[in-house]
Design a protein around this ligand. Structure first.
Ligand SMILES: C[C@H](O)[C@H](O)[C@H]1CNC2=NC(N)=NC(=O)C2=N1
Length: 116
């Protein structure tokens, strides 16, 4: 079984090409470690909506996540709203889901501090 800590302890790697796509079983085992994350777009991406009490806290989270994304050189698509942030990961250089998406989703999850 994959745990969220195992995922979050990894560092993103530069990946390019469809050879880095994760297969269905690999996606399923990683997704099971990420509470509230769902597979979207026919399995090409994962997504979660994080809810916050107000705009200030939403922005604090989004900015912290941007810092992590910069450090990992792997970037989420973000929907930013008053009381929530919609975080979507997919690896455009690979054309779908790679290890990097789950590494960063786990970091995004622990950063929100809502899963422990
Ligand atoms: C060179 C650099 O590693 C790549 O351009 C990275 C940057 N961030 C990225 N972010 C995401 N989400 N997918 C990518 O394929 C990707 N590629």
């Amino acid at each position: 079984m994959t745990t969220i800590d195992e995922l979050a302890d990894r560092r993103c790697q530069p990946l390019r090409g469809a050879g880095h796509l994760l297969d269905e079983a690999a996606v399923a085992s990683r997704l099971a470690a990420l509470p509230g994350w769902e597979l979207v777009e026919d399995g090409l991406a994962i997504r979660k909506t994080f809810r916050f009490p107000d705009y200030h806290r939403t922005m604090a989270y989004v900015n912290a996540l941007a810092y992590v994304a910069h450090a990992e050189d792997h970037h989420p698509d973000l929907g930013v709203h008053y009381d929530r942030a919609v975080v979507r990961f997919s690896t455009h250089d690979v054309g779908g889901l790679s290890e990097n998406d789950f590494t960063c989703a786990a970091k995004a999850e622990l950063l929100a501090g809502q899963s422990r």
